[in-house]
Design a protein around this ligand. Structure first.
Ligand code: BV8
Ligand code: ZN
Length: 249
């Protein structure tokens, strides 16, 4: 067998052994948490933040997903969110979302705002960065869910006449206390934490992997490549989450 093919066989062998190891940890666990990022929705066609198609026109997400950008140009920020809402509306949950939804002992804590975990059937999903389907009035604070694409008018208006904002957490904004406290509690009591499809670039979300490890959990990373969190995990499964998760759970 020439070198290339042998390397490929070795790599496959390594992945299969790692998956067998991960399955052993999961079988013995009663409480499992999955911390997911944009990568778990990539195979559904939702652009990731830092992937090649993650950019929007000439802007970087970090420049648009901020209260300052919204204060300065609400119309532009709403154009970006309306474009993402319309794109996500055309996407469906993939095998990775569905595998987690079928796995009754896992609780999902997601950084994603696309709502695909709930659409796959996962219950009690903690959306720590909020939801792109939620609108919050900047005047009276009223929050509502609106799945309309495209939104008319844009920016959308509350019944009180106030302009509404996307119900997401922007850079520089605090995460909602209740959701964050519940996420930390879940992660602290988990025996296994699955870290799926996240570059580990955004805090405090990425810090949950360290919190789990310190509390004694086994941390398993599922990603296409090594990330900022890879040195913090017990096992790295390299591959698409839509293929690996169904083999795990
Ligand atoms: C806060 C909602 C304080 C909006 C989002 C300097 C150093 C450290 C931290 C900071 C700093 N400067 C500022 C900060 C804090 C900042 C931060 O972390 N910045 C980063 C950029 C450095 N954090 C904040 O501002 C947070 N708030 O700190 O508040 C505070 C406290 C009290 C009072 C007031 C203030 C708020 C952060 C929340 C921002 N909002 N989203 C929206 O969506 O529009 S974050 C955004 O990034 C998304 O939620 C996204 O999920 C998240 C993280 O990105 P990822 O999910 O990891 O996605 P990414 O594209 O990066 O990676 C995809 C991964 O998937 C890759 O690894 C890829 O390999 C992999 N992948 C791709 N395909 C697949 C795959 N894996 C498997 N299978 C595949 N098929
Ligand atoms: Zn209002």
């Amino acid at each position: 067998m020439e070198r290339g093919a042998r390397d490929l066989a070795d790599e496959r062998e390594r992945v299969l052994n790692a998956i067998a190891e991960a399955r052993r940890w999961l079988v013995g666990a009663r409480r499992v948490v999955a911390l997911t990022g944009a990568g778990i929705s990539a195979e559904s066609g939702v652009p990731t933040f830092r992937g090649p198609q993650g950019l929007w026109r000439e802007f970087k997400p970090e420049e648009l997903a901020t209260p300052e950008a919204f204060a300065q140009n609400p119309g532009l920020v709403w154009e970006w969110y309306d474009w993402r809402r319309a794109l996500i509306a055309g996407c469906v949950p993939n095998a990775g979302h569905l595998a987690l939804a079928r796995y009754e002992k896992v609780r999902v804590v997601t950084q994603n705002v696309d709502g695909l975990h709930a659409r796959a059937g996962s219950a009690e999903v903690l959306e720590i960065h909020g939801s792109i389907w939620r609108l919050v009035c900047t005047e009276c604070g009223a929050a509502r869910e609106d799945l309309t694409v495209p939104l008319k008018p844009l920016p959308p208006r509350c019944g009180c006449g106030g302009m509404e904002r996307p119900g997401v957490v922007w850079f520089g904004e605090a995460l909602r206390r209740g959701v964050w406290a519940e996420s930390e509690r879940l992660v602290r009591s988990a025996e296994v934490l699955l870290v799926v499809g996240t570059s580990g670039a955004v805090y405090p979300a990425a810090g949950l992997a360290h919190t789990a490890r310190v509390a004694g959990a086994k941390v398993i990373e599922i990603n296409l490549e090594r990330t900022a969190l890879s040195r913090e995990v017990d096992l790295s499964l390299l591959g698409p989450s839509g293929e690996i998760l169904p083999q795990l759970v």
